[in-house]
Design a protein. Structure first.
Length: 168
């Protein structure tokens, strides 16, 4: 049909079931290695590129390249996900590389304030604080901050929640 001078390449495309002459040209070139207009001019020479054996090898190389590219992409995404997980999402209490002191739960017994009128009752409040401190130090899974460290918060300038955020 292409050698017939009376029909155009577009007519051949539509007659052979293609909806677009441009797509027909692409498919024809991919299959034969030259454009359909070259058939009419007689300028086509079957080269080694249009050899079906050569085309199969070329397709295999393209397939291998695609597999390598996809595998590399999957590996990169996996490594990035692992790094993000390690940096941002891991809980130090489950990380064996963190020392046991950092994984241990800790607290401080803050001094009790005497809110009453009688200042002599302060020793009672200090005694209660001391007893709580001594009882908590007996728990092995718990690290209790020293009394001298907690004493600095007897008359705090900041709210208790602010103290907790700033002093681990």
């Amino acid at each position: 049909m292409l050698r017939n001078e009376e029909v155009t390449v577009s007519d051949v495309a539509y007659n052979t079931g293609f909806g677009s002459p441009a797509y027909f040209n692409k498919c024809f070139h991919d299959l034969f290695g030259f454009p359909p207009g070259a058939v009419r001019k007689g300028d086509f020479i079957k080269s080694e590129e249009t050899d079906p054996v050569h085309d199969r090898h070329k397709q295999k190389r393209n397939f291998r390249s695609a597999i390598i590219f996809i595998s590399s992409g999957i590996m990169i995404v996996t490594v990035l996900a692992y790094l993000i997980y390690r940096i941002f999402l891991i809980d130090p209490s489950h990380d064996s590389s963190v020392s046991p002191d950092l994984r241990q739960k800790s607290l401080a017994v803050l001094p009790f304030n005497n809110l009453g009128e009688d200042i002599t009752d302060q020793y009672v409040y200090d005694g209660i604080m001391e007893e709580i401190y001594n009882s908590l130090t007996k728990i092995q899974e718990l690290r209790v901050s020293a009394r001298t460290s907690a004493e600095q918060f007897r008359n705090p300038k900041n709210a208790i929640s602010e103290i907790g955020k700033n002093h681990p």
